[in-house]
Design a protein around this ligand. Structure first.
Ligand code: MNH
Ligand code: ZN
Length: 183
């Protein structure tokens, strides 16, 4: 998992719970790098999942809730550090439709060693609806939900999101049905 994901998690924990909370998590999870994650580095997926499980236990919050909350924050950080990747889209729907074939394609050019999810789209043509089919060996669909919410926040648009099919319930992939509402 790219280091930018870990450095963003550190930013969120330090913002909401203070730097000692992040240090306590590192002391408990003991990542191989000792916590010296660099944005461009590559680290075992398990180390992210260990940190999420640690916070789930210590904060008594479901891991899915934490991943969703982190995804929302992560999008804002990714959009800020990769403004050039997002500034050509005017709506959350346009941006989300571009993630797989444009944004993540450019991410692969920037960071050739990344493993990115696959996303397919089903667009009924109704401007306020979009279905995304997410698939990844990491099964981070809760993070995807948060990133989608973060994209909606970025454009100040409200969304509803249904998740009728899910890899965590035995399905091949996750189906995310989105509806967008102008504020
Ligand atoms: Mn995206 C992982 C970049 C927007 C879904 N994304 C990653 C990683 C990078 C990244 C880097 C880490 C890859 C790795 O660890 O190997 N993503 C971006 C950038 C933007 C972005 C620069 C926009 C700016 N990503 C989005 C949006 C979604 C999304 C919007 C919404 C579905 N990305 C993901 C998911 C992962 C991910 C989910 C976690 C990896 C996985 O699921 O396998
Ligand atoms: Zn799912």
């Amino acid at each position: 998992m790219k280091g930018i994901i870990f450095t963003s998690l550190a930013d969120l924990v330090e913002r909401d719970y203070g730097i000692q909370a992040w240090q306590d998590a590192l002391d408990h999870c003991t990542p191989a790098c000792g916590g010296a994650f660099t944005a461009g580095g590559l680290y075992p997926d398990e180390e992210l999942l260990d940190l999420v499980s640690y916070f789930s236990r210590t904060l008594d919050l479901e891991a899915e809730f934490l991943l969703r909350y982190f995804g929302e924050f992560l999008f804002a950080e990714l959009a800020q550090s990769h403004e050039f990747l997002v500034n050509k889209y005017n709506t959350p729907k346009d941006l989300l439709l571009a993630v797989d074939q444009e944004i993540h394609r450019d991410v692969r050019k920037l960071y050739p060693d990344t493993y990115l999810p696959s996303m397919e789209y089903f667009d009924s043509g109704e401007p306020d609806k979009l279905t995304i089919v997410y698939q990844s060996k990491r099964k981070l669909c809760a993070l995807a939900e948060g990133l989608i919410q973060g994209a909606a926040n970025y454009y100040k648009v409200d969304i509803t999101l249904l998740h009728p099919r899910c890899m965590h319930r035995g399905d091949e992939s996750c189906e995310l049905n989105l509806q967008f509402y102008e504020r």
